[in-house]
Design a protein around this ligand. Structure first.
Ligand SMILES: [Fe+2]
Length: 210
């Protein structure tokens, strides 16, 4: 008997009229899934943060150097996995880069920086163009008294913002929130300290260079 599949013809069940002619298939995999899900019946997973953003690039070394210099990113040695992707730590999250001859850029992603003036000084020093308008040098009329063609400041939370492009044209929004982060009760929440070299633990011996 094939135990992986239990076939029940509805018209063979007691109390079911033969005219019903309904066939019900109960596959073992279909039986077990709801039981597993039932373990966490009353719980719901919560997202901690965005783990990584993946963008396409055309030159791995150029990208690595640019993100290291402009955004203080750190190369993540993932051993053999690095053959498939360039992976960098950026703040408390990660950027993954897929190399392709003709990268396609979509939308934008944003990063939070801790020192706005230092960030702008870095952009100036490295001659990285930045604009208050995404994807354009024409920022339009200012929306607040602190807006310039190069950077903006939102009225509600004092957020600083500007936009830059990486060497392949991926659009990056730079943000800084001087009022900080708070929980639903209004208590200040501290972010992880990126200077401590955050990384996901790996199995012993997987990466030989560390
Ligand atoms: Fe944005």
């Amino acid at each position: 008997m094939d135990t992986s599949r239990l076939e029940v013809r509805a018209d063979q069940l007691p109390g079911i009229r033969p005219a019903a002619r309904l066939r019900v298939y109960l596959h073992q995999e279909n039986i077990s899934r709801p039981r597993e899900a039932a373990k966490g019946e009353n719980t719901m997973a919560s997202v901690k943060f965005i783990h990584h953003v993946n963008v396409q690039i055309s030159h791995r070394q150029r990208t690595r150097e640019w993100y290291e210099q402009v955004l203080g990113a750190e190369f993540l040695d993932r051993g053999p996995l690095n053959e498939r992707q360039l992976q960098l730590r950026i703040g408390a999250g990660e950027m993954h880069f897929t190399e392709t001859s003709e990268p396609v850029t979509t939308g934008h992603f944003a990063v939070e920086v801790d020192d706005w003036e230092a960030m702008l000084a870095t952009l100036e020093r490295l001659e990285v163009p930045y604009s208050r308008s995404p994807g354009s040098t024409n920022a339009g009329p200012p929306k607040t008294s602190e807006d310039t063609p190069y950077q903006g400041r939102r009225e509600d939370n004092g957020e600083h913002y500007t936009y830059i492009h990486d060497p392949d044209g991926n659009l990056i929004e730079l943000l800084s929130h001087p009022l900080g982060l708070e929980d639903s009760e209004g208590k200040a929440v501290e972010l992880p300290d990126p200077s401590k070299g955050l990384r996901w633990k790996q199995k012993e011996g997987f990466v030989t260079s560390r």
